[in-house]
Design a binder for this molecule. Structure first.
Ligand SMILES: Nc1ncnc2c1ncn2[C@@H]1O[C@H](COP(=O)(O)OP(=O)(O)OP(=O)(O)O)[C@@H](O)[C@H]1O
Length: 232
């Protein structure tokens, strides 16, 4: 595998439904994401962005074409192979999906517990460091209900990045935030990713955050537009 390539998609198509209801959602997608790149995927509602993101994240089985994540082909992969690939990926969703009964620290620590190589002391240290890095050093023991929308999304970022994943997939991470919090959140995500050499793919409608991207790609009716906007 070329170590520099994190996602390699060739001629990927996707269909929902069966028989007469079968409908093609993605058409011959070709896309490569390199290590450390921040890429924004935009496009109108219903154009297939979330479908593509869930395929790349091993959250849905791809049907035809080729989709390689970290060198592993996911077309035809078994369930356990999808599960294995997911351990290398951090996920951030529109609504933060924090567990309300756990503090910020516990929510972040949960993600580390999946990586059993860490001792309790290491987990505590890593959790505190990442919460400091997202500007929540003074909110470590707060429950989600006592945090603002932007702060909760920052906990979600900390949770996604604490285990140093190779890739982060973020689906509309700023949709429920005001302009300033939205910008803060993506800036933190971008900085941490650059520090860690992590690739980020952000699906968004939010034109206010386009400037964090190294590259913007666009889906329209399931087709990836060939014109790629390079952001300087
Ligand atoms: N599980 C499913 N079964 C059938 N059709 C689906 C399913 N999930 C999505 N679709 C359809 O696939 C198309 C693409 O949906 P998708 O959620 O990927 O679009 P999107 O670009 O992310 O939209 P939005 O910006 O509104 O979230 C839509 O027409 C949607 O109705």
């Amino acid at each position: 595998m070329n170590n520099n390539i994190v996602i390699d998609i060739k001629e990927l198509s996707h269909y929902f439904g069966k028989g007469e209801l079968r409908k093609q959602i993605l058409f011959d997608i070709n896309l490569t994401l390199k290590a450390g790149e921040v890429v924004i995927l935009k496009g109108p509602s219903g154009s297939g962005k979330t479908t593509l993101l869930t395929l790349m994240g091993g959250l849905r089985s791809p049907q035809t074409g080729s989709l390689k994540v970290l060198g592993q082909e996911l077309v035809g992969a078994k369930k356990h192979q999808l599960v294995k690939i997911r351990r290398n990926i951090g996920y951030i969703f529109q609504s933060h999906n924090l567990l309300e009964c756990l503090t910020a620290r516990q929510n972040v620590a949960m993600s580390l517990e999946l990586h059993s190589q860490y001792s309790r002391e290491e987990m505590k240290q890593k959790t505190e460091e990442i919460l400091e890095a997202v500007g929540l050093g003074d909110r470590i023991n707060y429950y989600p209900q006592n945090l603002s929308g932007g702060q909760k999304q920052r906990v979600a970022i900390a949770r996604a990045l604490v285990s140093h994943p190779k890739m982060v997939l973020a689906d509309e991470p700023t949709a429920s935030l005001d302009s300033k919090s939205g910008h803060d959140v993506v800036n933190i995500m971008q900085k941490l990713a650059k520090d860690q050499g992590c690739t980020i793919l952000i699906v968004t409608h939010d034109n206010r955050i386009l400037d964090v991207a190294d590259r913007i790609v666009e889906l329209e009716d399931g087709h990836l537009k060939q014109t790629k906007i390079e952001v300087s």
